[in-house]
Design a binder for this molecule. Structure first.
Ligand SMILES: N[C@@H](CCC(=O)N[C@@H](CS)C(=O)NCC(=O)O)C(=O)O
Length: 252
C-alpha cells in the first residue's frame, strides 16, 4: 500500500520519513545506499527514472519531489495536521519551504557533498567511478557526482555557498525571534523541511550557528530533536551522517 524509497534521515529523504512518523503512518521502508549508487540501478529506475531519492509509492502511484510529497502525506493520511489552517501561516510555511529548498538547501548540499559524499567514495577505483557516472540519468546529478568524486568543486562556488549559508542562517535566526515555529504558532512541514536541511548546522558551521550567535535556532533544533517522531526517525540512520543529530541533546 505504502512504500518509501529513501536514504538516510537527512535532507530530502528525511522529509517524508519524519512527516510519516509525525502522522503515525506505517509504511514499508526501502533503504537505498546512495554511496553505493543503489538509486541508479535498473530496479529503482523503473520506479523513478530520474534516479533520485526519495520516492513514495502509494497504491499504484509513484510520487517524487520531497516537499510536495510531504504535503501529499499530510493531506491523504490521518494523524495530526502539519499544515496551518490560517491562510497567512500556510503562506509563510510555503514561503519558507521554498527558501529552504531553492536557496539554503542547495548551498548546504554543495558543502556536504564536498566534505562528506566526495571523500566517502573518492578512494574507489577510477574506472569504477567513471562507469557509475555513466549510469546516472540526470545531467545535473552527473555534474554533481563528478565534482564530488574528483574533488572538482571550485573555490568560488564553495565560497558563494558558504556566503549563502551564513545569510540564510541569519535570516532564520531573526525569523525565530518572532515566531516559535517557522510558519508561526504551530509545528508544520516547514519545520520538518528546515530541520532536515539544517540539523547539523551547529556541527558544520560552529562559528555561525551556536548558543551565543543563534540561540533561537539552537532552541528550535533542540525542540524538534526531542519530539518522539524525530527520535524514532533518526534511529533508522545507518551512517555517521545521521548520528550527527545527537549533538542536539541538551547540555547536562
Ligand atoms: N528535488 C528533489 C531532489 C532529490 C535528490 O536530488 N535527492 C538526492 C539525495 S538528497 C539524490 O537522490 N541524489 C542521488 C544522486 O544524485 O545520485 C527532492 O526534493 O526530492
Amino acid at each position: 500500500m505504502l512504500t518509501l524509497y529513501h536514504w538516510e534521515p537527512n535532507a530530502n529523504s528525511g522529509k517524508p520519513m519524519l512527516t510519516l512518523a509525525e502522522k503515525g503512518v506505517e509504511y514499508t521502508s526501502h533503504y537505498l545506499d546512495l554511496l553505493n549508487f543503489d538509486q541508479h540501478r535498473p530496479e529503482y529506475l523503473r520506479i523513478n527514472p530520474d534516479g533520485t531519492i526519495p520516492a513514495l509509492v502509494h497504491e499504484d502511484k509513484v510520487l517524487t519531489e520531497s516537499t510536495p510529497m510531504m504535503e501529499y502525506i499530510d493531506e491523504v493520511f490521518p494523524g495530526p495536521a502539519l499544515r496551518p489552517t490560517d491562510p497567512r501561516e500556510r503562506w509563510r510555511m510555503r514561503w519558507w519551504m521554498r527558501f529552504f529548498d531553492a536557496y539554503f538547501g542547495p548551498s548546504l548540499s554543495m558543502i556536504g557533498w564536498s566534505i562528506f559524499v566526495g571523500p566517502a567514495v573518492r578512494s574507489r577505483d577510477r574506472r569504477e567511478l567513471e562507469a557509475a557516472i555513466e549510469r546516472i540519468p540526470l545531467e545535473s546529478r552527473r555534474v554533481a557526482w563528478r565534482k564530488a568524486m574528483f574533488n572538482e568543486f571550485g573555490e568560488a562556488e564553495l565560497a558563494e555557498s558558504r556566503r549563502r549559508v551564513l545569510f540564510a542562517t541569519e535570516v532564520l535566526e531573526q525569523h525565530l525571534t518572532r515566531h516559535p515555529w517557522v510558519a508561526g504558532g504551530s509545528y508544520s512541514l516547514a519545520d520538518i523541511d528546515g530541520f532536515n536541511l539544517g540539523y547539523a548546522l551547529p556541527l558544520s558551521q560552529p562559528q555561525h550557528c551556536n548558543d551565543d550567535k543563534t540561540p533561537h535556532i539552537m532552541e528550535w533544533l533542540r525542540k524538534i530533536y526531542e519530539r518522539p517522531a524525530t527520535q524514532s526517525t533518526w534511529v533508522k540512520g545507518r551512517t555517521q551522517m545521521a548520528s550527527r543529530v545527537t549533538q542536539l541533546k541538551r547540555p547536562g
